[in-house]
Design a protein around this ligand. Structure first.
Ligand SMILES: CSC[C@H]1O[C@@H](n2cnc3c(O)ncnc32)[C@H](O)[C@@H]1O
Ligand SMILES: [Zn+2]
Length: 434
């Protein structure tokens, strides 16, 4: 007997070897998908009727700072350097472990409700993030964000913290958590420090999550400092590889794109954050044309201001069309791949497709809504018409985290109240310091 059978749904497999099934069945046992078919004789403890819904792989958000939900709507409409240096960093200096716990719980609640099954996070007080992920049931690739600022002693302490986090958390929560090194960016960490991070990551068999060429200011700073851009500098120190997740990559030359592709670097595109901070437009279609693995992230809630992957997909697709002046650029199906298959590849997850033996990381999207009818093409609706609140069920590792809009893995109202309280107290401490 299986654990879960999802029946009567439109199965969008995202599997190149298996077409979508108009009225199909997904069978789940021990956290895995054991069958994807038109009919089954199998029985299960839980039978979910997905009539009028799309059954698809859940989203992988490949760049976020989950605890920053507490800064949602704080310091809007500013350029990145002003936003970060004069507003966000002074406010983050007041953060406590319990703030990050409350903020990350709020983030996980939002992600579960909007169909995300895994996320790559870089922040502070990462033990709190680990605890939240463990309890929530989500998957995550977590990194302690290291900012060295050319201070050798600080660098040593940061690397020690990064390593301690990896030692304690990699593989935790039955393998749902992986841990990475998180050097913040090439313009906040010295070349020497980044070389040490690379060496340590190789030795520890850990991946690396880093911001790369997000702004023109970073490009100019790097040219002044090293006589070359961040990608060239990182390439020179043999930093790149398939274990690197590079967020943003907005200011790339053609040569930089070749370097990233040739080194199989995973690139997290974060279009809403890039638009809000007016950082620029990443050359996504050029990267995809080269065969690079481009995935999709929201960035933190102070630069987005939500964690919804539906909005991110639509923005990504529209932005590339305007950038290239080609309405055929980044079609719906391709952007869906970025949000599922490519994200899973970047985080080394056996997820991102509805396929036999894959993780049972499945969402059910309710199509019985005014804004989703009539329905000619499912990928089109998912990218251009659907929204976060259309997700009715989220399953991760075979556990139902949200069932028909009801969150089962946490007390929704308590998480909202505690997030709001933590933000209120945090902001009074921030104001007192002004
Ligand atoms: C060292 S933990 C992460 C660090 O990054 C800051 N941050 C959030 N969003 C961005 C962004 O778009 N670019 C650069 N840095 C960002 C966050 O506030 C933390 O300080
Ligand atoms: Zn970021």
């Amino acid at each position: 007997m299986a654990d879960i059978i999802i029946k009567n749904g439109y199965i969008l497999t995202m599997d190149p070897s298996l077409e979508s099934i108009k009225n199909g069945v997904v069978v789940i046992e021990d956290g895995r998908i054991t069958d994807v078919c038109e009919n089954t004789e199998e029985t299960a403890d839980t039978v979910i009727d997905a009539q009028g819904s799309v059954v698809m792989p859940g989203f992988v958000n490949t760049h976020t700072h989950a605890g920053m939900t507490l800064f949602r709507g704080y310091a809007d409409d500013l350029a990145l350097s002003d936003w970060l240096e004069n507003h966000i960093w002074p406010a983050e200096a007041e953060l406590t472990a319990s703030d990050v716990y409350a903020g990350t719980r709020l983030a996980c609640l939002e992600m579960i409700k909007s169909g995300t099954i895994a996320f790559a996070d870089m922040y502070f007080f990462m033990e709190e993030v680990g605890k939240v992920v463990e309890d929530s049931g989500l998957r995550a690739a977590l990194s302690y964000g290291m900012i060295e600022l050319w201070d050798e002693e600080k660098g040593k302490a940061e690397l020690k913290k990064g390593k301690a986090f990896i030692n304690e958390w990699d593989g935790k929560a039955d393998g749902r958590i992986s841990a990475m090194y998180g050097p913040h960016a090439p313009n906040t960490c010295s070349k020497e420090f980044l070389m040490k991070v690379r060496e340590q990551a190789t030795e520890d068999n850990a991946k690396i999550h880093i911001h790369v060429l997000e702004t023109e200011a970073e490009l100019n700073q790097m040219k002044d400092q090293y006589g070359m851009c961040s990608v060239n500098m990182l390439d020179e120190i043999d930093f790149f590889g398939p274990d690197v997740l590079a967020a943003h990559c907005v200011w790339l030359s053609d040569g930089d794109m070749d370097i990233l592709r040739n080194n199989n670097v995973n690139i997290s595109h974060n279009p809403v954050s890039n638009m809000k901070l007016a950082s620029g437009i990443a050359p996504v279609t050029k990267l995809l044309d080269r065969g690079a693995n481009v995935c999709l992230g929201t960035d933190g809630c102070a630069s987005n201001n939500n964690l919804g992957m539906f909005e991110e997909m639509k923005t990504a697709a529209l932005l590339q069309k305007v950038e290239t002046m080609d309405p055929m650029a980044l079609p719906a199906r391709q952007v869906l791949e970025m949000a599922t298959v490519n994200g899973a590849k970047a985080l080394d997850l056996n997820s991102g497709m509805i396929r036999k033996d894959y993780n049972a990381d499945v969402i059910i999207v309710d199509m019985n809504k005014a804004h989703l009818n009539p329905l000619y093409d499912v990928p089109s609706h998912l990218v251009y018409s659907a929204g976060s609140s259309d997700v009715r069920t989220t399953i991760v590792n075979g556990r139902v985290l949200m069932d028909d809009y009801r969150v089962l893995c946490m007390d929704e109202q308590k998480v909202i109240d505690e997030g709001r309280d933590a933000a209120e107290k945090l902001m009074s401490r921030v104001d007192a310091k002004k």
